[in-house]
Design a protein around this ligand. Structure first.
Ligand code: G3D
Ligand code: MG
Length: 171
């Protein structure tokens, strides 16, 4: 019998950075198993095959507006085994949110692996955040980072799989 472990991960990032698009790519239509309307969260599921057994990833994504009060934020984060924090490489202000998200995660006592994603790497001409900017943010918080495109699919799966690896390494 194979063991299946279940892990919750959540997506964080300013409005329209591409969180939902990244999740959609990753779960490939296997979307919206559950929708918790009271807190505006959509939960999708994908099984990732790992050497140690299958990992059932429950991906939490904000369904509506990304504005919420502190209580919902805590409910959204609580129980997560990892998080993907996303910025939009064409909107410089979306990078400054990273610190806030990391602080919110730590404020509720979560010590979980994080991955920083600079999304929309396909929009080269419009890029206002460089790979070096992202790298330096990642170094500040000691997190791995990746540039991705939910549009082309580049590094989309890789980001989720990397997080799954880090979660697995934590045991
Ligand atoms: P959010 O869930 O973080 O709020 P969404 O963001 O996934 O809803 O994406 C916001 C918009 O950005 C969408 O455009 C989506 O198609 C686009 N988008 C997401 N990822 C990428 C990407 O990697 N490259 C490009 N070029 N666009 C992307 P619309 O026009 O549907 O609002
Ligand atoms: Mg969304």
């Amino acid at each position: 019998m194979t063991t299946v472990i279940q892990k919750k991960i959540c997506l964080l990032g300013e409005f329209a950075v591409g969180k939902t698009s990244l999740v959609r790519r990753f779960v490939e239509g296997n979307f919206s198993d559950r929708y918790i309307s009271t807190i505006g969260v959509k939960i999708s599921r994908r099984v990732v095959e790992r050497a140690s057994g299958n990992m059932n990833l429950l991906v939490w994504d904000l369904a509506g507006s990304d504005e919420f009060n502190g209580q919902i934020q805590a409910n959204y984060l609580r129980g997560s085994s990892g998080a993907i924090i996303v910025c939009d490489l064409t909107r410089r202000e979306t990078l400054s949110g990273f610190q806030r998200y990391v602080e919110q995660i730590r404020a509720i006592g979560l010590e979980i692996p994080l991955i920083f994603i600079g999304n929309k790497m396909d929009l080269l001409e419009e890029r206002t955040i460089s790979a070096e900017d992202l790298q330096s943010a990642a170094e500040t918080f000691r997190c791995p980072y990746l540039l991705s495109s939910a549009k082309t699919g580049e590094n989309t799966e890789a980001a989720f799989l990397r997080l799954a690896e880090l979660i697995e390494a934590r045991g």
